[in-house]
Design a binder for this molecule. Structure first.
Ligand code: ADP
Length: 209
């Protein structure tokens, strides 16, 4: 909720000098008590102010639910994304497993020779191939990866809520962050469930929860 100029002024007065009566606030603004009544009602209903009979208005110190909601909607992929780890599609399954350990990630993105996104490799994709298979150094990852056009991706400016929904709907742990490039897509970041958790926590910290 956007506060208007007068409501912002009232909030400032109460923050500084609360508890303070409606009459005193009106006096400070050189206005009639009746004129500021709707503003006080809005500030109280929205949770910015608390009112006690015979004491007056005081600052609740609580951030209204609306401001938490606004904070959530404002969280964008670009503010929380991590560095992507990519492998070439001809890399072997064995090397991809090593890469996953070396870079400490749960998902690898696969690219072709012109750096265009062609696939995704998850931990379980690699684990599944490893079961009963001793020739991991002979199988290229493009044989086992999830490939285009079945890749769920996002862009920097997308809302994090939208991305979280895609993760849940598709039962995946991460999405590549891409930019369009020559009829394909270049991977510029990754967004994982860990990033979503970090965003959730930052929202809580921002609101002193
Ligand atoms: P895990 O398989 O280790 O549980 P995920 O849940 O992320 O990890 O992956 C589940 C399946 O979905 C895998 O086969 C993987 O290749 C595929 N996958 C993972 N991320 C994506 C994505 N962004 N788009 C499409 N498919 C994906």
């Amino acid at each position: 909720m956007e506060l208007n100029k007068r409501q912002t002024e009232i909030l400032g007065i109460v923050k500084m000098d609360g508890p303070i009566t409606g009459e005193q606030i009106a006096e400070r603004l050189s206005l009639a008590r009746a004129t500021i009544r709707p503003d006080l009602a809005i500030l109280t209903m929205a949770g910015y102010l608390d009112a006690r009979p015979r004491v007056g208005y005081f600052y609740s110190g609580k951030k209204p639910v609306q401001s938490i909601a606004d904070g959530m909607i404002g969280m964008k992929v670009g503010d929380f994304q991590s560095i992507p780890v990519v492998v070439h599609e001809n890399v072997t399954v064995y090397d991809a497993i090593c890469q996953m350990f070396l870079d400490d990630v749960g998902t690898l993105f696969v690219v072709d020779k012109s750096s265009k996104l062609t696939g995704v490799l998850s931990r379980k994709d690699l684990l599944r191939t490893s079961l009963g298979n001793t020739e991991l150094d002979k199988i290229p990852v493009h044989v086992i990866m999830t490939r285009m056009p079945n890749i769920t991706y996002c862009k920097k400016q997308d809302s994090l809520i939208h991305v979280a929904k895609k993760m849940m709907d598709n039962q995946i742990d991460s999405l590549p962050v891409v930019i369009s490039k020559n009829e394909g897509m270049e991977v510029v970041g990754r967004i994982t469930k860990t990033n979503i958790t970090a965003a959730f926590l930052s929202l809580a910290e921002e609101h002193d929860l």
